[in-house]
Design a protein around this ligand. Structure first.
Ligand SMILES: Cc1cc2nc3c(=O)[nH]c(=O)nc-3n(C[C@H](O)[C@H](O)[C@H](O)COP(=O)(O)O)c2cc1C
Length: 342
């Protein structure tokens, strides 16, 4: 075990060195300088490590290719998933018993099984209630991204919204826009594949499109991005206007994003929701995401309802882990109430 941790760390160190040599990603402030109160402090040091050592990605991909870890995770339905983690190879039991070990292996969240509550929404009916389609694109299960997705799905259902989830890794969605599929996506030529058609039917029924993913290099995971590229095709999501220009075809819908992050300046929520660490930086990131979200929303003809972004993830080793996770869930719920129910 120690040997495995050591090799993972070495892989991380090597990649961190390589990345910094390539001038990648500005390092987050050192943990000491981000020693902020409560929700900030521990997470700040985790996140600093996260951004600094994107090298953990090396460790991640190395372990992710461990067949045992992979198949275990793939086989784990959302409910049981709290017990395994493909990235760190750690179990959530290990996280609970020895959080420090998990923090050594991965800077990603590994939510302990006893606090990882699964949630299966009831799905859409033919009724009149508003409908929210959750498109979840997270390869792991015992994650804060999943906690945020589950919390939001449960809260929206409590408030009378019908919820359907498309868990892209679980359904094995193929996100690659191949040459074969290109002209359908780009020009609406030909017919969608069955897989794309199925997703378009969900999108058509939905009033809200809610994308949930971790931030990977300041963008959605490739899985989420591929879903957008393939499903929101021309003549389905937008079309040419006779006099030139485009018009969105998905009018009346709202688009909202839930994104978990390593470190973007310290915040939970959206523009203006920095937690006093680097608020200007936080707002710059949120404004940048807004530029892209506004553009995508305009393309598709939907309303951009904004984002809930979190970079204050409790450290895996935190002794107040459950409490901190509950605080995070509470902040998300307040945000959802403002966006969807006020
Ligand atoms: C390939 C990769 C790239 C990442 N890039 C960023 C990044 O650009 N900015 C950031 O804040 N976090 C980045 N992260 C950190 C993830 O956002 C973080 O691990 C994730 O939100 C943790 O939540 P999770 O445990 O729910 O996955 C990256 C992680 C990976 C694996």
């Amino acid at each position: 075990m120690i040997k495995k941790h050591f090799s993972l760390l070495m892989a991380g160190v090597l990649l961190a060195g390589a990345l910094s040599a390539c001038g990648q990603k500005a390092a987050a402030p050192a943990p000491e300088s981000t020693a902020a109160p409560v929700a900030g402090s521990e997470a700040a040091s985790t996140s600093a490590a996260e951004s600094e050592t994107t090298g953990t990605s090396a460790a991640k991909s190395e372990t992710a290719s461990t067949p045992a870890a992979e198949s275990e995770a793939a086989a784990a339905p959302a409910g049981e998933s709290g017990s395994s983690d493909a990235v760190s190879g750690a179990t959530s039991t290990a996280a609970a018993e020895s959080g420090a070990d998990v923090d050594m292996v991965t800077s990603a969240s590994v939510v302990p099984g006893e606090v990882m509550e699964d949630y299966t929404p009831k799905g859409f009916t033919d009724g009149e209630a508003k409908k929210a389609l959750f498109v979840v694109a997270d390869p792991r299960y015992a994650t804060v991204t999943r906690v945020l997705a589950n919390t939001a799905m449960s809260h929206l259902e409590d408030k009378g919204v019908e919820v359907e989830v498309r868990d892209l890794y679980a359904i094995g969605f193929d996100p690659v826009l191949s040459a074969e599929d290109f002209y359908y996506a780009k020009d609406g030529i030909g017919e969608p594949t069955d897989a794309v058609k199925t997703e378009q039917e969900y999108v058509t029924k939905a009033d809200y499109l809610i994308f949930v993913y971790p931030n990977w290099h300041d963008t959605p995971t490739a899985m989420a991005k591929g879903y957008m590229e393939k499903v929101f095709a021309k003549k389905f999501a937008y079309q040419d206007l006779p006099g030139g220009g485009l018009e969105g075809l998905l009018t009346g819908k709202g688009m909202y994003t839930i994104m978990n992050c390593g470190y973007l300046g310290g915040g939970r929520g959206w523009i203006g929701d920095g937690v006093g660490i680097e608020d200007e930086k936080w707002d710059r990131y949120m404004e940048a995401f807004k530029v892209f979200d506004d553009d995508t929303a305009a393309f598709w003809g939907v309303e951009n309802l904004g984002r809930f972004v979190n970079d204050r993830t409790p450290a895996n080793s935190s002794e107040q882990y459950s409490q901190e996770l509950e605080e995070l869930k509470g902040t998300l719920i307040e945000h959802l109430d403002r966006v969807f129910f006020s």
